[in-house]
Design a binder for this molecule. Sequence first.
Ligand code: BG6
Ligand code: MG
Length: 216
Amino acid sequence: MPKGFIFDLDGVIVDTAKYHFKAWQSLAKNLQYNFTEQDNEQFKGVSRVRSLELLLEMAQYKATQEEKEHWLTEKNDHYLSLISNMNASEILPGITEILTALKAQKIPIALGSASKNAKPILKKVGLLSYFDVLVDGNEVAKAKPDPEVFLTAAKGLGVAPENCVVFEDALAGVAAAKAAQMVCVAIGDPAILFKADHCFASTAEITPSFVQSLIA
Ligand code: BG6
Ligand code: MG
């Protein structure tokens, strides 16, 4: 059975989760809300628009449509300034090795991300050429935890969903992968990401033999 591998971007390939956190945190400050790392767990894998809605709920602020649009732009501008100098040094440990091993075995690789900034980030860190298919926030209508992003990626790869392996760091992403009937490898806290089939505290702990076992 041919296998396909699908990678989330933020928090799996690159350490951008910390920049998203910083940008939301400074917006929260304007709303007099103390946005914590714990709050941020709910934002991982979630679209920009939905993230703002969550923040407004947390801050108990009823915003006008104009305010919402203004803050979405402000958040993204801040995020873009934080990632402006990103380079290959921000690729998470072991990821280039995993992608290289998959490529060498001609295993098709897709990106399955909620981000609308995915392509420029992959370009910045020099990983774009590894991906056969890119599915990001510009393409999907239904955000994670809906499985659409991963099902679209599997279709693009020409691999049946049950033969796809997803790498995810977000609660919403793990739920999306499982809803798509895919094998899910999570990166993060196993107490939070317990619905995944495998969980590693960091990408550095994913061994080449584990990756081989997913292909076999
Ligand atoms: C996900 C991140 O990958 O992309 C979320 O985990 C983020 O934190 C979402 O909100 C949307 O990203 P962007 O770059 O389009 O704002
Ligand atoms: Mg992520």
